[in-house]
Design a protein around this ligand. Structure first.
Ligand SMILES: NC(=O)c1ccc[n+]([C@@H]2O[C@H](COP(=O)([O-])OP(=O)(O)OC[C@H]3O[C@@H](n4cnc5c(N)ncnc54)[C@H](OP(=O)(O)O)[C@@H]3O)[C@@H](O)[C@H]2O)c1
Length: 194
């Protein structure tokens, strides 16, 4: 997909955006933001419905965040096409950190807003308080924890629509604040799966 100068406006990076975060990508593209989506298997245009043909605003890129050197190159190439990313949404499994975050940091604009999506275990009672990763310490970092939903002990994990809506809300929140939790993580014993 070609990226022309006129379509490159406030580029956004979404790492791991083809699964549960596909709704985030669709909303960003709908806003008119050039959105680079990184995954190992880049999706075809159909993956994001009508957004797939959004005039070059959606830029699927193939990259594996467990391959640090190649991943760094891939992100640099993408940023060379679009310009530095003013916002980033990162869904990176533990095995990809911290290298993937360092590679991302290399491509960000000054004062970039970065949403780091974390699994519910990040909010376990025994887990250390989540802190911005070192590589992202110069960004406007917002941690988002995926919780669960439901009343009392009758709970379920969040669906993809709820996850994408919560991540978008964190991205668009007017102020940086502590950790955002989508759904809830307390009482911890109520989570649907041990
Ligand atoms: N509540 C919770 O705490 C919690 C936590 C985790 C997951 N979940 C749920 O579990 C489901 C499964 O989670 P999931 O993360 O497997 O699915 P997912 O979000 O649906 O997919 C993972 C995304 O990351 C990409 N990805 C995976 N490995 C990658 C790599 N090495 N390099 C680059 N990109 C990579 C995938 O594309 P490629 O495969 O093409 O690379 C895809 O875009 C989610 O849909 C969510 O509902 C819940």
């Amino acid at each position: 997909m070609s990226v022309t100068e006129s379509t490159v406006r406030s580029p956004v990076l979404v790492v791991g955006g083809t699964g549960m975060l596909a709704g985030v990508v669709g909303a960003l593209v709908e806003e008119g933001l050039t959105t680079v989506v990184v995954s190992r298997r880049p999706p075809g245009p159909a993956a994001f419905g009508r957004h797939g043909a959004a005039g070059g605003l959606l830029v699927p890129v193939s990259g594996d965040y467990t391959e640090p050197v190649r991943f760094t190159e891939v992100l640099r190439d993408a940023a060379a096409r679009t310009g530095p990313f003013g916002q980033a949404v990162l869904w990176v499994h533990a095995e990809g950190r911290p290298h993937a975050y360092a590679a991302v940091a290399d491509t960000l604009a000054d004062d970039a807003l970065v949403v780091e999506v974390l699994g519910s275990r990040a909010a376990a009672p025994t887990a250390p308080a989540p802190r911005p990763p070192e590589a992202l310490s110069r960004t406007r970092h917002r941690g988002v924890v995926l919780g669960f939903t439901g009343h009392g002990p009758n709970t379920r994990w969040l669906d993809h629509g709820e996850i994408s809506a919560g991540v978008l809300a964190a991205l668009r929140a007017p102020k940086d604040r502590g950790l955002h939790v989508i759904g809830r993580v307390r009482p911890w014993e109520d989570r649907p799966w041990p």
